[in-house]
Design a protein around this ligand. Structure first.
Ligand SMILES: Cc1ncc(COP(=O)(O)O)c(C=O)c1O
Length: 489
């Protein structure tokens, strides 16, 4: 691509003292000390403790590369933002073409053509929806939907589920089903009611007061990879309709092909009143979110010219974000990534189910498309049970970490535990995964899980070492904080 003459000479002129990529190369090895000093030190401690301080230097598609150029298979995909893989050439081309142009961008007292085009293309996938409001993130989409629901219904209440995760800003945090995220940040928004996930009777009871504006639910919960029963979402649709409550599907993680359909709700033929998307839509490069809603909701929120900007986010419809969204949709379609997710997801599920039949610590395997959870549980045999109980006593959920660590260290597979104290390892790879990657996953998991079923074996030794390391770090921290308290008093 040729850059306009003015821009290329400007870039050339600014190169020697302002080259971000050489800045990255010359200082990337300092990333942990920079973060410890200037940012979240605890995050660095976690990474170091579990050996996740690799220092990745390059990303392409579903792969990451370390300093030595070693290739890793990324099953986190940046918490799901790299649906189309890292640095996709078509996304990059879309973004550089915007940067190389003189598009007006964010005029504000005008409307953006690219935003209109992206809205049109998104709505093409959801014919029952009419309108789109763009946001800068997933949490902002949740905040927007909560406001819209209150205004559209004239009610205050919002119902949400145990284990739900919708982001960490105040409204979204008020719908968080995990105490660890909420503790210490209260008081949260009033009138938010928690019910168990996958429980229609509880939902019926919560809606019966007819004061609930919305029921906000992830079709498949990210924390734990919890799937609903087949009648749950359709039942929720019916109950919400009956009680005048809006059904809001948070598809921020499950949307845009992740589960093998454009939206996860399509697996159960459910049409919500609002749908929230983000993550994959960004192409992994430019944060963006969107609330897709029925016309009546918009008519209630924007009900006069005076209120035309009553809900508005300065950066949301910026050209780079809109271009990223348009390019992502093109890649999803042209590379048939939803179909790929469906096929490879089924392949992986079958492989893990086969493992579950001969590894007693695999309790269940579940998922849809490339959104898969492998849940571990207490073994039957006595010698394994002793090891399991020891690890559980140290820290609930530590067992899964003991699966993830050797996966990274010995097999170069980056994967995560599906939440605090969770016994589920979660796979959330880019949708561009291929058959060789599936072989890689199967081989690595099989070896690591087999090792976990040998006592004494590598992972049990690792568990003890980790527990000892954590104990020492805490003791050191405790004495350090006592010392600093002493000095400051
Ligand atoms: C289902 C769901 N909703 C909302 C969010 C919040 O998105 P963000 O981190 O962009 O605010 C997330 C993020 O992980 C999510 O998984």
């Amino acid at each position: 691509m040729t850059l306009p003459p003015g821009l290329s000479s400007q870039l050339e002129a600014s190169k020697p003292d302002f080259d971000i990529v050489s800045l990255f190369s010359t200082r990337e090895a300092e990333r942990y000390s920079l973060h410890s000093q200037y940012m979240n030190e605890m995050m660095v401690r976690v990474l170091r403790t579990i050996g996740y301080d690799i220092g990745f230097c390059r990303g392409h598609g579903q792969y990451l590369f370390d300093r030595a150029g070693e290739q890793y298979l990324d099953l986190l995909s940046g918490w799901g933002v790299f649906g189309i893989g890292r640095n996709h050439p078509r996304l990059r081309q879309a973004l550089t073409s915007v940067l190389a142009s003189d598009l007006p961008n964010l005029v504000q007292m005008d409307v953006s053509p690219l935003a209109g085009i992206l809205a049109e293309r998104l709505l093409h996938h959801l014919p029952y929806m009419d309108k789109v409001c763009f946001t800068n993130s997933g949490a902002e989409a949740v905040e927007t939907a909560m406001k819209f629901a209150r205004k559209a219904t004239g009610r205050a209440g919002i119902v949400y589920c145990t284990h739900g995760f919708h982001g960490l800003s105040y409204g979204a945090l008020s719908l968080n089903g995990d105490r660890v995220f909420r503790d210490g940040f209260g008081p949260l928004l009033p009138d938010c009611v928690q019910i168990p996930f996958n429980d229609l009777e509880a939902l019926e009871r919560a809606l019966a007061c007819r004061r609930m504006a919305a029921f906000v639910v992830e079709p498949i919960q990210g924390k734990g990879v919890n799937l609903p029963d087949d009648d749950y979402l359709a039942g929720a649709r019916e109950l919400c309709h009956r009680e005048g409550t809006l059904l809001i599907a948070d598809e921020i993680q499950t949307g845009l092909g992740r589960t093998g359909r454009f939206l996860a709700v399509e697996h159960w033929d459910v049409e919500p009143d609002m749908v929230l998307i983000s993550k994959t839509l960004s192409g992994g490069h430019v944060p963006v979110g969107a609330v897709l809603a029925r016309r009546g909701i918009f008519e209630k929120v924007f009900d006069s010219m005076e209120r035309a900007v009553v809900h508005n986010l300065t950066f949301a419809a910026n050209d780079l974000a809109m271009a990223a969204g348009i390019a992502t949709l093109e890649v999803l379609e042209s590379e048939r990534l939803m179909q790929n997710a469906l096929r490879l997801g089924a392949r992986l599920l079958a492989a893990f189910e086969a493992m579950a039949s001969h590894f007693e610590m695999i309790k269940t395997v579940r998922g849809k498309g490339l959104f898969i959870g492998i849940e571990f549980g207490q073994p039957h045999s006595l010698k394994l049970r002793a090891g399991w109980e020891l690890i559980e006593a140290i820290s609930s959920g530590l067992f899964c970490q003991l699966i993830c660590i050797p996966l990274l260290k010995d097999h170069r597979v980056l994967v995560q535990v599906a939440g605090h104290a969770s016994h589920t390892v979660k796979l959330l790879p880019a949708l561009v995964l291929n058959d060789e990657d599936c072989d890689w996953i199967k081989r690595s998991f099989e070896t690591v899980i087999a090792d976990s079923h040998r006592v004494p074996g590598g992972i049990w030794t690792l568990g003890k070492a980790l527990a000892e390391g954590t104990r020492k770090a805490m003791a050191h921290r405790y004495s350090y904080s006592r010392e600093s308290n002493h000095h400051s008093s």
